[in-house]
Design a protein around this ligand. Sequence first.
Ligand SMILES: CC(C)(COP(=O)(O)OP(=O)(O)OC[C@H]1O[C@@H](n2cnc3c(N)ncnc32)[C@H](O)[C@@H]1OP(=O)(O)O)[C@@H](O)C(=O)NCCC(=O)NCCS
Length: 164
Amino acid sequence: MFRSITPLMRSDAARIEDHLIRLCTDDRSLRFTAGLVTDETIRRHVSAIPFERDLVLGFVSQRGSVFGLVHGCVFTAAGRTHVEAAFSVDAAWRGRGLATALMQALTVCIADRVDDKGATVVGSCAARNLPMRAVFGHAGMTLRREDDEFHAHGVVRPSLAMAA
Ligand SMILES: CC(C)(COP(=O)(O)OP(=O)(O)OC[C@H]1O[C@@H](n2cnc3c(N)ncnc32)[C@H](O)[C@@H]1OP(=O)(O)O)[C@@H](O)C(=O)NCCC(=O)NCCS
């Protein structure tokens, strides 16, 4: 399963778009932490992904469709590399460890890229999003509650270890 996770590029934009558009209204809200997320919003979001900078990994079926996705948005804050991770898995594929595997793959990718200082990984999810909270928790990230949201925080070092 883990081996079939693949890095995605600009040439994969259409299949990423199709995957995100398949999310139902509620899943879109959870994924984008927003109210109403239209197809057009998703198209604009995907066309704006800087694939050369960010880490985008997915499960791709033999027919070429993306059925699980993690987008690691890379940015610098206080002189330190940060990666904000957001996940989505097709409804039919949930509960089989795909998001957990995507988190592990993202951690490996970050560890391959970072210098000795390491990188901070962050993520957030609605308090009611128990699967997402479990994925962050399994990765060893610290979870902090703020109103109806949980904010996850962890550090990836070149050694691959994630520390709170
Ligand atoms: C959140 C999401 C990505 C999880 O994907 P997934 O592939 O089903 O996750 P996993 O199979 O790796 O499961 C993660 C954990 O959640 C647990 N889990 C699943 N459903 C659960 C539920 N209803 N209540 C509590 N725990 C649950 C699983 O048991 C697993 O924990 P375990 O390894 O200890 O058993 C998926 O539900 C999704 O795409 N949701 C819509 C978009 C979204 O919410 N994105 C998150 C914003 S960052």
